[in-house]
Design a protein around this ligand. Structure first.
Ligand SMILES: Nc1ncnc2c1ncn2[C@@H]1O[C@H](COP(=O)(O)OP(=O)(O)OP(=O)(O)O)[C@@H](O)[C@H]1O
Ligand SMILES: [Mg+2]
Length: 307
């Protein structure tokens, strides 16, 4: 249909040796029409990238229609790039950090009147501010200590003791986060109980409530060495009354962090109420302004086509 896709690789493998980024060759082979990488020897710069893309638009007589983040670390600057390209189909720029930083995220969601986990930001290099924070939030063990802008469950720790929480917090404050940037603080969170779900949504002003739930997954995670590891996940019916509270909550979370266009992925915990026969009191773990990872999109597509 004359659609042209251009991939942006901020950290090409040939420079960083990063095994997590695809190569330009692999993307082109996959069907992407063109790939932008920062010039050799230069770091990725969003205005340089926009400049290059607009030149491509003029020279090749094409129009970019939208920018889609294909990984968590691209969530914050994809909307900025869209704005620099003169597009209006992007998420709220003023909330772009609230879609990435799990502290700002919780504040935005709480401000919308939705329940969030109790949390505190810790900055002591030796973790010595942990005991006071646990006391003032009135938290019981376990508690969760994590890096504010993580991904792939790197630097997320379920801590069963004060000693462990202190150690993990200090470690996060002193280190560079999984995204290669220095974490300004570590995040202490209340440990949420219940079943864990992932709710996937599509946002568009053409849907009645701005966002629309497409699929819900129930996770079965087990704690392995203080980290939650997924053992299996199953798709549940988003139209069933059993999950109605999750649908409403996830939609509210997306609106709260300014998701207006494209995909969203809300992870939450919810308790099953035996009497009401439904899941109640959902609380967010995090929201990602992107398509779900872990092959969910492929699996959901597979079930849709009877595959
Ligand atoms: N406050 C919490 N209470 C209970 N469990 C939590 C809490 N925070 C995180 N977890 C558990 O740890 C997992 C990973 O946490 P989180 O989603 O914040 O990290 P992540 O690095 O973004 O992970 P991923 O990319 O795997 O989603 C969650 O899916 C959940 O199982
Ligand atoms: Mg997560």
């Amino acid at each position: 249909r004359g659609l042209f896709t251009m991939a942006v690789i901020p950290k090409p493998k040939r420079i960083t040796g990063s095994e997590f980024y695809p190569t330009a060759e692999a993307l082109l082979e996959f069907g992407v029409h063109q790939v932008y990488e920062p010039p050799i020897g230069q770091k990725f710069d969003i205005t340089e990238c926009a400049n290059h893309l607009q030149t491509v638009e003029q020279q090749q007589n094409i129009r970019f229609l939208g920018v889609i983040p294909l990984r968590e670390s691209a969530v914050d600057y994809s909307d900025v790039l869209a704005a620099l390209l003169g597009l209006h189909v992007h998420n709220d720029l003023g909330l772009s950090s609230a879609r990435r930083d799990k502290g700002l995220m919780k504040t935005a969601v709480a401000n919308a009147g939705l329940r969030v986990a109790k949390f505190a930001r810790l900055t002591a290099q030796d973790g010595s501010d942990v005991p006071n924070a646990i006391k003032s939030l009135e938290l019981d063990f376990p508690v969760v200590v994590k890096t504010p802008r993580g991904m792939s469950t790197m630097d997320v720790y379920i801590c069963g003791s004060m000693e462990e929480a202190v150690r993990r917090s200090g470690q996060i404050v002193r280190s560079v986060g999984p995204d290669g940037k220095k974490a300004n603080y570590s995040l202490l969170e209340e440990f949420l109980v219940g079943s864990e779900f992932a709710v996937n949504l599509i946002a568009s002003p053409t849907t009645p409530r701005g966002v629309q739930v497409t699929d819900i997954w129930e996770y079965n995670k087990v704690s392995t060495d203080g980290t939650m590891v997924n053992t299996w996940q199953t798709m549940v019916d988003p139209h069933s009354d059993t999950y109605a509270a999750l649908v409403r909550y996830a939609e509210g979370v997306c609106r709260a962090v300014g998701i207006k266009y494209g995909f969203a992925h809300v992870e939450l915990m919810s308790r099953y109420d035996e009497k009401k026969n439904k899941f109640v009191e959902p609380v967010m773990v995090e929201v990602g302004a992107r398509l779900a990872g872990g092959r969910k999109a492929i699996m959901a597509g597979g079930t849709g086509s009877g595959g």
